[in-house]
Ligand binder design. Structure first.
Ligand code: ZN
Ligand code: ZN
Length: 379
């Protein structure tokens, strides 16, 4: 590369950075989201079964059903997410993404540091920010050591496979995809506060997406979306548009959120193969693994660790006292106080819980509530 090209690349990057700095992350996300149906989500969330492969849900390796959804001002009473009302984690931090795909047989070797090729918000989420009112993600983004061997010629499995917590696919951006659930069995897209690229870090610092990102190459309007990454079974993950160039709906996809059709592969060759689509309907990315997954690639972590926060236990659940200590089992608190768990959850509201108003709503004393919460805190 000649010095002059280098210089122009740097100045282009500078201009892009300046433009990004001037425009609020909201407007960028908004414009791109709208063309993909992300002005609002079409999801109905909460309490659905995740115990078997089926359309409009996911097949979890860890959970049998979702938790009821939290009261979030950007989710209406029908469960529709209004993305433009959802706070973002602000910031503009640049990373040196480092991902390599080495094509071979029988595998594509994927190595990288897990960092994205786009700017991210500033994590941990800053106290005092709007985002912090709903999510106290205390984790920082950190480099990882990714190493995956994806099958070059993926095979459809006899039976669909369940989705673990943690990584289920690799994004071309350099980071990874997680499934649609957070550690509290809730719709992560509806409940977690993400940055302008719709990502955030988990407890080991792995930056990840639970759905599509306005920072991915979304291709040309009216055409099938380009490849965004690979699931761990080797099948491609594409954006929101199907073969007719229109946003693909869950009704057009199978139980794993995919279909067989024609699309361009990573090298630009047209192939007709099974692949997944990321659209704006739950479970957003994969519903299950359609293909055979090498078990050694699945993260063998305790179930709830996929998105678990360290330290203050961020606001993935209203049922948590985020001020100190570990998670609280609300069913125990409810039983002790003689109230319904659901009422307790509603009274506590989004984190941080306001014990005074919660106690008033429940018709009990604040002292009793605090004491019951403290007693039920996991050690
Ligand atoms: Zn397709
Ligand atoms: Zn997450």
């Amino acid at each position: 590369m000649t010095p002059s090209i280098n210089k122009s690349v740097i100045s282009t990057r500078l201009i892009v950075c300046l433009i990004l700095a001037i425009l609020s992350p909201f407007s960028i996300a908004d414009q791109q989201w709208k063309t993909l149906g992300y002005d609002k989500g079409k999801t109905v969330i909460g309490n659905r079964s995740v115990s078997a492969p089926a359309r409009n849900t996911l097949y979890s390796c860890d959970f049998s059903a979702m938790s009821s959804s939290l009261d979030r001002p950007w989710v209406d009473n029908k469960g529709v997410i209004f993305f433009s009302k959802k706070p973002l984690v602000k910031g503009h931090k640049e990373w040196n993404a480092n991902i390599r795909f080495e094509d071979g047989l029988p595998n594509i070797a994927v190595t990288g540091d897990g960092l994205p090729n786009h700017a991210t918000g500033d994590f941990p989420i800053k106290p005092g920010s709007t985002a912090y009112q709903y999510d106290r993600n205390p984790n920082s983004i950190r480099a990882q050591r990714l190493s995956y061997a994806l099958p070059t010629n993926p095979e459809i499995a006899n039976k669909p496979g369940c989705l673990p917590m943690g990584t289920i696919g690799i994004a071309l951006s350099g980071s990874v995809f997680f499934n649609a659930l957070d550690a509290d069995k809730r719709d992560a897209v509806a409940n977690e506060i993400l940055d302008a690229c719709e990502g955030h870090p988990q407890q080991h610092g792995q930056y990840h997406y639970h759905h599509n990102s306005p920072c991915f190459n979304q291709g040309i309007e009216g055409e099938h979306s380009p490849l965004l990454g690979y699931a761990l079974d080797g099948f491609g993950i594409y954006g929101a548009r199907g073969e007719d160039g229109k946003i693909i709906t869950n009704n057009e996809l199978d139980e794993c959120h995919g279909h067989t059709g024609s699309a361009l592969d990573r090298l630009g060759d047209r192939i007709t193969e099974y692949h997944y689509h990321i659209n704006n309907e739950f479970p957003y990315t994969l519903g299950c693994f359609k293909g055979v997954v090498d078990a050694s690639m699945l993260e063998r972590r305790p179930a709830a660790e996929g998105d678990r926060r360290i330290g203050t236990e961020a606001g993935e659940g209203s049922g948590r006292d985020n001020r100190r200590g570990g998670p609280v089992d609300l069913s125990i608190v409810a039983k002790k106080l003689g109230v319904r768990e659901r009422d307790l959850q509603h009274a506590l509201g989004p984190p941080p819980p306001n014990f005074k108003s919660a106690a008033k709503k429940l018709g009990i004393s604040e002292h009793d509530l605090q004491e019951a919460m403290q007693a039920a805190r996991a050690r």
